[in-house]
Write a protein that binds this ligand. Structure first.
Ligand code: SF4
Length: 353
């Protein structure tokens, strides 16, 4: 038996008994649902994704509903899932499929990969799961399994390493049961061949795994040497007026792009003067609340909230993108998770406003 057949055969047998068969998207061939789950699962754990996936489907049961919704509503439903470019691209992609493809996903992986926010691996997954294509995928879990099993040095993400990973993935791709095989690869990476504490003793690939035989499991895949992340401190204003809180729309791209957030105080600005000149509010006194720390992939952010009771200054116009939301409106607002936590922690004070 060829190595490739043996590799896939062992994975398929293992998957029958130990795969994750009960995931909400496990049995569907609907491209909309497969696409939605694949995008949500990028950079995010299954347990976090499931409630978001279900809420999305309840609100947007299909592409037409998603494409017709305001992007702000899509961002609000995505709020807390992180990596918000995914949500913006999701909305853009729905629009393109409705406009250019008569509301149906193209069936060919190359055409799917031209849609906004869809890379080669996601396009292949959609083509395999929904349209019976024979193609490899290369998500983070699959990369880890392949790097370890074949003892591949180098850092995934680097073009030469990814080229070799695609070659290896194709070399072990079976001709039949491709969808189940791909799901098996993902399940193995997520449940046994995990980044820390892999359970090699239960792994169907253990007999041929180079990393295991060379005692290099935890050294593979190689990762960039971790330099300490730079940190940034930002003062944010939590202004309350008649029980409502002031929020601002963030620019469409960049950190928290398109979401609502608290106004940020420029570095040297005096809070009361800034509130008056830039936000149209008089605030006599500010109270310093507990800082909140949040790690992004490339820096650490510390939010330093200043709470103040505001009154409007009628002669100063509100700046564009500014809105006052009542407590009851915050649950449905498109807020980044750290800002939501900060507001929740501050709400006893908000309630007194
Ligand atoms: S034997 Fe261990 S390292 Fe190798 S593929 Fe299996 S779980 Fe991963």
């Amino acid at each position: 038996m060829k190595t490739s057949d043996d590799f896939s055969r062992r994975l398929l047998i293992w998957h029958q008994r130990h795969g994750r068969h009960d995931l909400p998207w496990a049995r569907t061939r609907d491209p909309y649902r497969v696409w939605l789950s694949e995008i949500m699962l990028q950079q995010t754990q299954v347990a976090t994704v499931i409630p978001y996936y279900q809420r999305f489907l309840a609100r947007f049961p299909g592409l037409p509903e998603l494409a017709a919704a305001p992007v702000a509503e899509v961002m609000a439903l995505w709020s807390g899932l992180g990596y918000y470019a995914r949500a913006r691209n999701l909305h853009a992609c729905a629009g393109v499929v409705m406009r250019d493809h008569a509301g149906s996903f193209p069936q060919d992986a190359t055409a799917i990969a031209k849609l906004p926010g869809i890379g080669r691996s996601t396009a292949n997954a959609i083509a395999v799961f929904c349209f019976g294509a024979v193609a490899s995928i290369l998500d983070g879990n699959v990369k880890r399994v392949l790097c370890r099993h074949f003892g591949l040095p180098g850092i995934p993400g680097q073009p030469s390493v990814d080229r070799e990973l695609w070659r290896l993935a194709d070399s072990v791709l079976p001709r039949r049961a491709v969808g189940t095989y791909i799901q098996a690869q993902m399940d193995l990476g997520a449940t046994l061949c995990t980044r820390t504490k892999p359970r090699c003793g239960e792994c169907p690939l253990a007999g041929s795994c180079v990393a295991l035989s060379q005692d290099r499991v935890l050294q593979l895949p190689e990762s960039k040497s971790r330099k300490p992340l730079p940190s940034r401190e930002v003062r944010v204003l939590l202004l309350i007026e008649a029980g409502r809180v002031l929020l601002q729309h963030r620019p469409p791209s960049g950190i928290w792009g398109g979401l609502l957030s608290l106004p940020e105080l420029p570095e040297d600005a005096e809070p009361s003067a800034y509130a008056a000149s830039a936000l149209g509010c008089a605030v006599n006194r500010f109270e310093t609340l507990a800082p909140l720390r949040h790690n992004f992939t490339h820096f650490r952010l510390t939010l330093l909230p200043l709470l103040g009771q505001a009154t409007f200054l009628p002669h100063v116009a509100e700046s564009a993108g500014q809105c006052w939301l009542a407590r009851s409106e915050l649950a449905a607002a498109a807020l980044p998770a750290p800002i939501r936590s900060l507001l929740e922690a501050a709400f006893p004070e908000l309630g007194r406003g």
